[in-house]
Ligand binder design. Structure first.
Ligand code: B3K
Ligand code: ZN
Length: 880
C-alpha cells in the first residue's frame, strides 16, 4: 500500500491569491518531438491579500523548465526553486514581468490533460488543473487574465492554428512553418485556455444576435467528418437564440468555434470562444447517429454554449464551487431541451438518471454535498451530484421563486458578478436579493450530502370532509456527516377524485378559487397540511414533476397506481406510477420467484399499446420497464441474478401476452418517410424498436424476420441499430452473429459507429460474456488509449451488463480491477471513473461483496497508483 497518501484540500483553507496575473503572452512552438512554451506573465500583488507574501508560487506538473527571466533579467537556478509541482520565485517586487520557458511532450501525453495529440492534431484540455502541465502558472480559477497566444507549427501538417478570442495576426516563417496569433479580450481563468493545431476542414454558418451583431460560427473537423456538422451548427444557433430569449444573454465575441477530437476524457469543454468536443458529442448524420445521439449532441452543444455566461463570464472562485457553473448550466440545458422537444420526456429522463445513479452516489462511499468541503483530486468531483443534483437545486429555486423572480435573480447574478470568480453562496444571495425570499435554510442543499426521504401519511375524515397529509423528512448519514437538519424543499401536490378530476386544494374551509395544484414548502422535519371541502377520499399525486430530488415513501395500493397511470394530469406522475407498479411487482417476484404475476401490469401495458393515448412520446417512455440498475439501487441488499431473473420473467410474461398488440404497434409505427427529429417521429421509432425488442426477448420468429428486414432496409441509424440490438439480445444466435459481422464491415471506417457496435455487444446478456468482452478488447478497432473505446466496452460491461458483471465466480470484478490497473498508468481520470462499480461493495451480500472488495484491494496494491484512483479506492475501503 502506498505510504505517502495524497494531500486533502479543504474549502475552509481557501485564501485569496497573493499575486494576480493581468496579462499572459504565450508562444507555442509545436514540433513532432515536443513543444516549447514561452510564457510572459504580467504579475502584481493582490491588494486583498492579507500581509505580504515574499515569494511568487506557480503551479506546474511534469514540466521541463528551460529558462526563467524576471523583468527581462535571466535568473540563475539559485534565484528560484523548481520543486516540480511548484516554481517558487522569492523576493519579487510589487509588479513585474515573468518569462518562463518550458518544454513538454504532447505526443506522449496519454492522460489527455494539458496539451496532447489526438489523431495527429494538437489539442488541449485544461479544466480543472491541466494548464499547469503546459506552463508554470497560478492554476486556480480566481486568477483571471487576458491571454494573447501565438502558435507556430509546420504549415502543411498543421494548416489550422486556433486559440481563444480573435485571430489578430498570421504569417509564414522559415522551414515551411507558419504562425497565427490569437487575442482574447475577456479575462479568464487558465482552465478556459484552449489551443488546437491540425489539418482540419471548417464548416461555417452565421448568427445575428439580438443587438444585430453578426457572429461567425465555425466547426472544425477532420475532412472525413465534413458531412456530420449540420446538426451541431443548427443546435448552436437554437441555443444562442434561446439564451437571448429566456435569459437575455447575448454572445460576446465575433467568432464561436467548435473542434471535434476523437480522444477526449469527457463530453466537451467550454473554452472561451473555442469549445472542444468529444467527436461522439458533436458529429451526427441520420445514417450514423441514433435519435438519442442527436438529442445528446443538441443538449451538449447547448450546455457548452450556455457556459459562456454561466461559467466563463461569471466563473468559480475555487473548485469547491464547481456546481455554481455546472449545476446552473445543466439546469439551463435541461430547460432548453424541454423547450426543443417533449418537456415531460426530458423530465423523465433526468429523474431516471438522478434516481438510478445520483441517489446511488449519495448512498455510497464517495457521497459529497453539492458544494464539497474537501477533495484529494478534483477530477473525481465531476460527479452526478455536482451536475445533476446541482441542477435540481437550481430548479428548486426556480420553483420556489417562479419564473419571473428567477429571471430577475439570474439577471442580477450576471450583472453583479460579470468578470468575477464567485461562490454558490453569491448565486443564492442574488436570488434572495432579487426576490425578497429568505433562502438561508435552503442553502443546506449545498452543504449536506445524502438523499432526503419524504415519508407521506394521509387520512381522510368524511364527517368534516377533511383530508390530512403529513409529510416527514429525514436525511440519511453519509461519510463524515450525521445528524442532519431538515432542508427547505418544494413539494408539488395534486389530489384526484374518483373520476380523475383534480380537486381544488383549499387550505381553509372558506377559501374560494383554490388552485388544483400547490407547491407545499417543507422546512420542518414534519409538516401537516389540511385540505377542506373534499367530498370523498382522494388519490394524492405526490411530488409532481419530481419537484425535489428526494425519495418519496407512501403506501400506494396497486389500484391507486393503476388509477394514476391513466388518470393523473401530470405526465411525469403517470410515468412514475407505472414505474412504481412495475417495481412493486418485480420486487414481489424477487422474494417469491414462483408467484403469479399481477395481471394489473398487463392491463396497464395493454392500455398503453391501445393507441388511444395522444402523447405517444410519453407512451414510449412508459413502456420501458425499470432498469436492473434502478432495481439494484432500490434494494437494500441486492441479489443481482434474482433481480435479472424477475425482471426478465416480467418482460417475457408481458411480451407473450401482448404479442399481437406489439406486432400491431410495430406495424403502426413503421414509417418510411424522410428522417425527422420531432418528438412524435422519435416516439414512433422508439415504440417500434421497443416492440421489436420485446418480441425478440421471447424469441418470436416473425419478429426475427421483421428485425432482419428492418436491419437491411434501415435508412437511419436508430432503425438499424434498434434491429441489431434486438437481435443481439435474442437467442437467434446465427442471425445475431451475421448482423454483427455485417454491421462492422459496413461501418468500420466510422469510429462513432464502431463504438456503438462495441456497446451493443458489451451490454448484452446473450452476446456480452466476459470472454466476448476480452475478445473485443483484442479487436483491431479497440484502443485502451481512447476513452470512448474504453467506455463502450469495459464501462458498458461493468455498468450495464449487470448480471454478467456480478457473475458469482467474481471473474467480472477481477477483470475490472485488472483493467483499472492498466489504465491507471495511461489515463488516471478514466481509470478512476471505471473503478466506480466496485466501490459499492458494502451494499452487496458477502458472497459478492467480499469479491468486490478483494478486487479493490488488488487495485490499492498497485505500485505508483494515481491520486485519482487512490482517492476513490481509499474512500471505499476506509476502515478495512
Ligand atoms: N467543464 C467541462 C468538464 C471538464 C472536466 C475536466 N475533468 C465540461 C462541462 O461540464 O461542460
Ligand atoms: Zn458543464
Amino acid at each position: 500500500m502506498r505510504t505517502n497518501q495524497p494531500r486533502t484540500v479543504y474549502l475552509s483553507e481557501y485564501r485569496v491569491p497573493a499575486f494576480l496575473v493581468d496579462h499572459v503572452d504565450l508562444r507555442f512552438e509545436l514540433f513532432e518531438e515536443g513543444a516549447r512554451v514561452h510564457s510572459t506573465l504580467a504579475v502584481r500583488r493582490n491588494p486583498e491579500f492579507p500581509g505580504r507574501a515574499d515569494a511568487l508560487e506557480l503551479d506546474g506538473d511534469r514540466l521541463h523548465l528551460e529558462a526563467v527571466r524576471l523583468d527581462g533579467e535571466s535568473l540563475t537556478a539559485a534565484a528560484y526553486d523548481d520543486q516540480g509541482d511548484k516554481l517558487v520565485v522569492p523576493g519579487v517586487p510589487d509588479r513585474f514581468a515573468l518569462d518562463v520557458v518550458t518544454w513538454i511532450e504532447p505526443q506522449n501525453n496519454t492522460r489527455l490533460e494539458g496539451l496532447y495529440k489526438s489523431s495527429g492534431m494538437f489539442c488541449t484540455q485544461c479544466e480543472a488543473e491541466g494548464f499547469r502541465s503546459i506552463t508554470f502558472f497560478p492554476d486556480r480559477p480566481d486568477v483571471m487574465a487576458r491571454f494573447r497566444t501565438r502558435i507556430e507549427a509546420d504549415k502543411s501538417a498543421y494548416p489550422i492554428l486556433l486559440s481563444n478570442g480573435n485571430d489578430v495576426d498570421r504569417g509564414d516563417l522559415d522551414n515551411g512553418r507558419h504562425y497565427v496569433t490569437w487575442e482574447d479580450p475577456f479575462p479568464k481563468p487558465c482552465y478556459l485556455f484552449a489551443l488546437v493545431a491540425g489539418d482540419l476542414v471548417e464548416k461555417n454558418d452565421r448568427f445575428t444576435t439580438c443587438s444585430g451583431r453578426d457572429i461567425d460560427l465555425r466547426i472544425y473537423v477532420e475532412p472525413r467528418n465534413a458531412s456530420k456538422c449540420d446538426h451541431a451548427l443548427d443546435s448552436l444557433k437554437r441555443s444562442m437564440r434561446w439564451d437571448e430569449e429566456v435569459y437575455g444573454r447575448e454572445y460576446d465575441l465575433d467568432i464561436f468555434m467548435i473542434v471535434a477530437v476523437d480522444d477526449f476524457n469527457m463530453g466537451a469543454m467550454e473554452n472561451k470562444g473555442l469549445n472542444i468536443f468529444n467527436s461522439s458529442c458533436v458529429l451526427a448524420s441520420p445514417d450514423t447517429a441514433t435519435d438519442l445521439a442527436f438529442q445528446r449532441i443538441e443538449a451538449i452543444v447547448a450546455h457548452e454554449y450556455f457556459h459562456n455566461w454561466s461559467g466563463n463570464r461569471v466563473t468559480c472562485r475555487d473548485w469547491f464551487q464547481l456546481s455554481l457553473k455546472e449545476g446552473f448550466t445543466v439546469f439551463r440545458d435541461a430547460e432548453f431541451s424541454a423547450d426543443m422537444g417533449s418537456a415531460t420526456v426530458k423530465r423523465i429522463e433526468d429523474a431516471t438518471l438522478l434516481r438510478t445513479s445520483q441517489f446511488a452516489e449519495d448512498a455510497g462511499p464517495m457521497a459529497h454535498p453539492v458544494r464539497p468541503a474537501s477533495y484529494m483530486e478534483i477530477s473525481n468531483f465531476y460527479t452526478l451530484t455536482i451536475y445533476e443534483k446541482g441542477a435540481e437545486v437550481v430548479r428548486m429555486i426556480h420553483t420556489l421563486l417562479g419564473p419571473e423572480l428567477f429571471r430577475k435573480g439570474s439577471d442580477l447574478y450576471f450583472d453583479r458578478h460579470d468578470g468575477q470568480a464567485v461562490t454558490t453562496d453569491d448565486f443564492v444571495t442574488a436570488m434572495e436579493d432579487a426576490s425578497g425570499r429568505d433562502l438561508r435554510q435552503f442553502r443546506l442543499w449545498y452543504e449536506q450530502a445524502g438523499t432526503p426521504v419524504v415519508t407521506v401519511r394521509d387520512e381522510y375524515e368524511a364527517s368534516t370532509q377533511t383530508y390530512r397529509l403529513t409529510l416527514a423528512q429525514s436525511i440519511p448519514d453519509t461519510p463524515g456527516q450525521s445528524g442532519k437538519q431538515p432542508q427547505h424543499l418544494p413539494f408539488t401536490l395534486g389530489l384526484l377524485d374518483a373520476l380523475g378530476e383534480s380537486l381544488p386544494l383549499r387550505l381553509s374551509a372558506d377559501e374560494s378559487d383554490a388552485p388544483t395544484e400547490r407547491v407545499l414548502e417543507l422546512t420542518e422535519s414534519e409538516h401537516r397540511f389540511e385540505f377542506h371541502g373534499i367530498a370523498e377520499r382522494p388519490v394524492p399525486s405526490l411530488l409532481r414533476g419530481f419537484s425535489a430530488p428526494v425519495r418519496v415513501v407512501y403506501p400506494w395500493t396497486r389500484d391507486q397506481l393503476m388509477f394514476l397511470i391513466s388518470g393523473d394530469s401530470d405526465g411525469f406522475n403517470r410515468w412514475d406510477a407505472g414505474q412504481r407498479l412495475a417495481v412493486d411487482i418485480i420486487q414481489e417476484l424477487i422474494e417469491k420467484p414462483e408467484a403469479d404475476i399481477d395481471s394489473r401490469l398487463l392491463t396497464a401495458y395493454r392500455n398503453l399499446l391501445a393507441d388511444t393515448e395522444p402523447d405517444q412520446a410519453l407512451v414510449a417512455k412508459m413502456l420501458q420497464l425499470p432498469s436492473e440498475a434502478y432495481l439494484i439501487e432500490l434494494s437494500a441488499q441486492p441479489d443481482v441474478q434474482a433481480i435479472h431473473r424477475a425482471r426478465t420473467r416480467v418482460l417475457e410474461y408481458l411480451a407473450t401476452a401482448l404479442r399481437s398488440e406489439l406486432l400491431n404497434c410495430y406495424r403502426r409505427n413503421t414509417d418510411n418517410g424522410p428522417y425527422q427529429l420531432s418528438p412524435q417521429a422519435i416516439a414512433r421509432r422508439s415504440l417500434r424498436n421497443t416492440a421489436l425488442a420485446w418480441l425478440l426477448h421471447i424469441n418470436d420468429h416473425e419478429a426475427c424476420e421483421l428485425a432482419l428486414a428492418q436491419y437491411r432496409e434501415a435508412s437511419n441509424m436508430t432503425d438499424g441499430l434498434g434491429a441489431m440490438k434486438a437481435l443481439v439480445n435474442s437467442e437467434f444466435a446465427e442471425e445475431r452473429e451475421q448482423v454483427l459481422v455485417d454491421f462492422y464491415q459496413r461501418w468500420q471506417q466510422d469510429p462513432q459507429v464502431v463504438e456503438q457496435w462495441f456497446s451493443v455487444q458489451a451490454a448484452s446478456v446473450q452476446a456480452g460474456s466476459l470472454e466476448r468482452v476480452r475478445a473485443l478488447m483484442t479487436h483491431p478497432a479497440f484502443d485502451l488509449r481512447n476513452p470512448n473505446k474504453v467506455r463502450s466496452v469495459i464501462g458498458v460491461y461493468a455498468g450495464q451488463n449487470l448480471s454478467e458483471f456480478h457473475r458469482p465466480d467474481g471473474a467480472g470484478y477481477r477483470f475490472l480491477a485488472e483493467q483499472v490497473c492498466q489504465l491507471d498508468d495511461l489515463n488516471p481520470q478514466i481509470a478512476a471513473r471505471l473503478v466506480m462499480p466496485l466501490t459499492r461493495w458494502r451494499k452487496f451480500a458477502a458472497s459478492h461483496g467480499q469479491a468486490m472488495k478483494q478486487a479493490l484491494e488488488q487495485v490499492r496494491e498497485k505500485t505508483g497508483l494515481s491520486r485519482d484512483v487512490y482517492e476513490v479506492v481509499h474512500k471505499s475501503l476506509v476502515g478495512e
